[in-house]
Design a protein around this ligand. Structure first.
Ligand SMILES: Cc1ncc(COP(=O)(O)O)c(C=O)c1O
Length: 350
């Protein structure tokens, strides 16, 4: 048996990431878009005939140009790659040295700690306030080399107060990564502010509102200098030619994003109200998912729902989200089905 001593020391404690056997279950556990796959991207994939013998453009210039025109910035403000997960990895590789501290809010996206440790860094946890807002003073005084602020935050769902993020950017001496994976649902973005702050990196993804998680596309926006540093470090060609083309096509259909946003803003309050009627305590959300404290055992609920063909995510054993589960906001039909299955699973539970 091979000893784990062969591994990089900071990665020895790693286990595998969430990888459930979904069967044919309704996936309300990954916060993808309940309206279904991105239509413009699907059309592109049906019709495109790219030269797959050639490498893609080294830095995905086609996508970076499309992003520059969407945000009124320059191509050189963008870095593109295989999901915002790759962008997180690139941030760590670019801005964090061996042993450097990176401030991570608790609770937040579990892969932050993975990317920090995988790159030899040290996560310094910064508890969110009781209403899940940033501890601006704590992070500003942490002396960390980097900090991450996911807004809206996963799994809590709330966006951070804009003035807190701005305050942090002014006071924090390291690089602040604002992860806007769910930004399309919250409205507003820190991306235009990269002109103003030379310590700001904003991440976005095509996996959530853009409904193309399977194609793995994400990007970072930053001032030209930071973006150039990141582009020099990232793996060349990491975004494949089909995914890049599909992302450009998807950017051209902002109507789909608008419809997705509208569906979530109409259905989220209904889902939360339905949960409340069943005895849950849902937290306020600016994203396409809701975190809610369960009136019954969280693990039994998630297991019982899985048996009934619906998957939601269990956060009940984690600090600050004790007893909580997280579920994606679906269409009216999906939410009705989910609430019905929850009621069914809860029958007979303590
Ligand atoms: C807050 C947050 N950031 C980043 C990601 C990663 O997204 P991607 O699919 O672009 O790698 C996720 C995915 O769930 C997320 O919730």
């Amino acid at each position: 048996m091979a000893s784990r001593d062969v591994m990089r020391s900071t990665a020895r404690g790693f286990g595998r990431y969430y990888n459930p056997d979904a069967g044919g279950a309704l996936r309300m556990d990954t916060n993808t878009n309940a309206l279904g796959p991105n239509p413009a991207a699907e059309r592109y994939l049906r019709e495109a005939r790219p030269d797959i013998n050639g490498y893609p453009n080294t830095y995905s210039d086609g996508l970076r140009d499309a992003l520059a025109s969407l945000y009124g910035l320059e191509r050189e403000n963008f870095v593109a790659g295989a999901g915002s997960d790759e962008m997180l990895d690139v941030c760590m590789k670019t801005f964090s040295d061996w042993g450097d501290a990176c401030a991570v809010p608790v609770p937040s996206y579990s892969l932050y700690n993975y990317f920090i440790a995988a790159n030899g860094g040290r996560a310094v946890e910064s508890d969110l306030t009781p209403d899940f807002q940033l501890d601006v003073d704590g992070i500003a005084r942490s002396g960390a080399k980097m900090a991450i602020a996911p807004s809206p935050n996963n799994p809590t769902g709330n966006a951070f107060r804009r003035r807190d993020v701005e305050d942090l950017l002014s006071r924090f001496e390291g690089v602040l990564v604002v992860d806007e994976a769910y930004g399309e649902y919250a409205g507003g973005s820190m991306i235009p502010r990269v002109r103003e702050f030379d310590n700001l990196v904003v991440l976005r993804t095509f996996s959530k509102a853009y409904a193309m998680a399977g194609l793995r596309v994400g990007y970072a926006a930053a001032c030209g200098d930071l973006a150039d540093m990141m582009n020099s470090v990232k793996i060349p060609y990491s975004l494949n030619v089909l995914s890049e083309g599909a992302a450009v096509a998807a950017l051209g259909d902002q109507g789909f994003i608008e419809r997705s946003r509208r569906m979530v803003s109409e259905e989220r309050p209904r889902l939360s109200a339905g949960l409340r009627r069943l005895g849950f305590e849902p937290f306020p959300s600016d994203a396409n998912f809701v975190l809610a404290r369960s009136p019954v055992d969280h693990a039994a609920l998630v297991g019982g729902l899985k048996e009934r063909g619906v998957m939601i995510r269990d956060f009940g054993s984690k600090r600050r989200t004790e007893g909580c589960v997280r579920m994606t906001v679906g269409t009216a039909e999906m939410n009705a089905l989910v609430l019905d299955r929850i009621a069914d699973a809860m029958e007979g539970m303590a």
